[in-house]
Design a protein around this ligand. Structure first.
Ligand SMILES: [Zn+2]
Length: 365
């Protein structure tokens, strides 16, 4: 029942200070002119899709429809040392130098505004805070509602709206400071977690399970054959999905691949890179809210079996404000002890009813 389990949601207004605005002048020499040319060439007006309204929409929905068992807490800043476990020091210095400025960091849609560096530090630090809370037994699970997202950020490169790899920083912190030995990261965002994969590709103690829309969809990586390397061979699991994949495909991936993989790996901490762009309103894949509920329930079962109470989710993508907020709300209800309905292909039940209704017309008796 909803309310049977305690959940802490982490939310921090400092993350609203990341507000790249393409109308603002950007630092010269930092791709600005080229990016402007591309934007000017577009037929429709483009605005930065990863904006503060994403997390305020989530917060407003939860405040309007509170979830029993759920409490809120604010986040904290990640230190240079904590970030340096997954990013190089020279990369960190480059990012720190952007404090207070407007700049394009990368040709693939990553820009910063005056408050972005602090927002990114808080996003990574808040992912750490979520892990610390569950490791200290303060709740049965935690959800860090952070932005900018993190899973595209590589050790030396900001990419795809991401500056610091929040979930990777949290996993590395769990290993270095909290005594965790085997961390399972589940990434259900519609885009492949190229950054998270890169960081832990040869690490046998961090398993990445990643469902995503298949290449050439952004970022183009995440092929079936990318399974890890060196001593980490076998602990990267990619499940590329075709456009239109929905609840049934996703649940099958979780049941048939993730569950046995987790049994083999025996994690002592489970992290989820929770993106909500697989929802059908975001147009990349075709999940419904029931689909998110079902995969959350499977994740909760894995945690209950292998490492009870050690589950932290970290927000990644999701750009349609309605499905983002409702998706997070749905997942939080399951974490708080709610039951997930069995996902079904839309229309199948209705067709069965219609068949029963019509059938007598076509039989003799
Ligand atoms: Zn995404």
């Amino acid at each position: 029942m909803i309310g049977d389990r305690s959940v802490i949601a982490f939310y921090d207004e400092r993350m609203l200070g990341h507000e790249p605005n393409i109308e603002e002048p950007f630092l010269p020499g930092r791709l600005a002119r080229r990016v402007k040319e591309i934007l000017d060439g577009l037929d429709v007006k483009w605005s930065y899709p990863e904006h503060p309204g994403r997390v305020t929409a989530i917060r407003e929905l939860i405040d309007a429809h509170p979830i029993p068992g759920l409490t809120f807490r604010s986040g904290k800043i990640a230190t240079r040392e904590q970030l340096s476990r997954v990013h190089t020091l020279s990369y960190l210095d480059d990012i720190y130098a952007m404090r207070g400025k407007n700049a394009w960091l990368d040709r693939d849609t990553t820009a910063v505004s005056a408050g972005s560096v602090e927002a990114a530090e808080v996003a990574a630090g808040t992912a750490i805070a979520a892990v610390e809370a569950v490791m200290a037994g303060e709740a049965e699970s935690a959800f860090a509602l952070v932005r900018p997202p993190g899973h595209h950020a590589e050790p030396v490169r900001a990419r795809g709206f991401c500056l610091f790899n929040n979930v990777a920083v949290a996993a590395a912190h769990a290993q270095a400071a909290l005594g965790c030995e085997r961390v399972l990261i589940i990434d259900w965002d519609a885009h492949h977690a190229n950054g998270t994969q890169d960081i832990f590709y040869s690490d046998p103690d961090v398993m990445l399970f990643d469902t995503h829309r298949a290449s050439p969809f952004y970022p183009g990586s995440g092929h079936l054959e990318e399974v890890g390397a060196g001593s980490g061979e076998g602990t990267t699991i990619n499940v590329p999905l075709p456009e239109g994949s929905g609840d049934i495909a996703m649940v099958k991936a979780f049941r048939d691949i993730l569950v046995p993989a987790a049994k083999w790996f025996e994690p002592d901490l489970v992290l989820v890179s929770a993106g909500f762009d697989p929802h059908r309103l975001d147009l990349a894949l075709n999940l419904s809210y029931d689909g998110f509920a079902a995969i959350t329930e499977i994740v909760q079962e894995i945690v209950d079996e292998h490492c009870p109470g050690r589950l932290a989710m970290v927000l990644e993508g999701g750009y349609h404000l309605e499905s983002l907020a409702k998706g997070v709300h749905t997942v939080l209800q399951i974490l708080a002890g709610g039951d997930a309905p069995l996902p079904a292909e839309p229309g199948v039940d209705e067709v069965a009813e219609a068949a029963a209704f019509h059938l007598s017309a076509f039989t003799d008796d």
